[in-house]
Design a protein around this ligand. Structure first.
Ligand SMILES: Nc1ncnc2c1ncn2[C@@H]1O[C@H](COP(=O)(O)OP(=O)(O)O)[C@@H](O)[C@H]1O
Ligand SMILES: [Mg+2]
Length: 249
């Protein structure tokens, strides 16, 4: 009797502009799911400046990277680095310094195919530097988390990324919007966009509105994910948002 392969749900975290909180969300979503007993892999799709390892305080643990796998210098499982606390959370990183001429999208797809078996979730963190690459990574996934801030430039860039995704065949139902770093006072004063206007501009359901929170910034900078801290306000809030994101069909 042949056993059914377990294939994961693939989630891509995207934004039109950098610095919106993608890596923070990818790392925290991974931790939340791992804390709930799921087998999770976060793939760092930011080939220019990887950050998932730092977000999870794992820099010193990563030995092999994607290029080592592609060159045949290690087996793919050796390039998966396990988190020190959440044993069912692993990460796969690109090299810190460009080596081997970079990673092409077709190679990334091959890695994804080879690595995904046995995980419940694969989360792809992306870089906003290339819309084309973002779109391709988005199309590889079952659902997308589109992150924006209230900054009009971030909203406009996000809208154009969503348009590019749709143009390439992405079903908009697979995308959920997360408005991050929200500062209500500045929106009231007219310096930032209102969350309602942002939701209208994107036209996709909002899975969460996360306030700007210094504690979250400090935690992220120290490689400490807050999503498992249910007794912290930020952790509880993130957990609720992720549950809503995951529940959506
Ligand atoms: N809700 C938030 N409150 C405070 N700081 C945040 C929040 N979300 C993200 N940040 C900070 O914003 C910066 C960019 O986050 P990051 O996840 O690296 O963005 P991206 O991956 O989209 O470039 C980081 O310094 C992070 O700590
Ligand atoms: Mg990032």
């Amino acid at each position: 009797m042949t056993q059914e392969k377990t294939m994961p749900e693939i989630i891509t975290v995207l934004s039109g502009k950098g610095g919106t909180g993608k890596t923070l969300m990818a790392a925290n979503l991974g931790v939340r799911l791992a804390a709930d007993g799921k087998k999770v892999l976060i793939i760092d799709g930011n080939f220019q400046s990887r950050g998932v390892d730092m977000a999870l305080d794992m820099e010193s643990r990563v030995i092999y990277d994607m290029v080592d796998v592609l060159r045949g210098d290690c087996r793919i499982r050796q390039a998966l680095t396990k988190h020190h606390q959440y044993k069912n959370l692993s990460i796969l990183e690109p090299p810190i310094f460009r080596k081997g001429g970079g990673i092409r999208m077709v190679e990334f797809e091959t890695l994804l195919e080879r690595v995904q078996e046995g995980f419940d979730y694969v989360i792809i963190d992306t870089s906003s530097s290339s819309t084309e690459v973002c779109v391709q990574m988005g199309l590889l996934s079952d659902r997308c988390m589109l992150v924006t801030t209230q900054d009009p430039v971030s909203v406009r860039a996000g809208q154009s990324l969503l348009a590019a995704l749709k143009e390439k065949g992405m079903e908009p139902e697979k995308c959920r919007l997360l408005v991050n770093g929200v500062r209500l006072k500045l929106a009231d004063e007219g310096y930032l966009m209102d969350v309602e206007d942002i939701a209208d501009a994107f036209g996709i359901p909002v899975c969460g509105v996360i306030p700007y929170d210094e504690n979250m910034h400090v935690a992220f900078s120290n490689g400490y994910p807050v999503a498992d801290l249910e007794d912290s306000e930020a952790g509880a809030h993130l957990s609720r948002v992720f549950r809503r994101f995951l529940l959506t069909e």
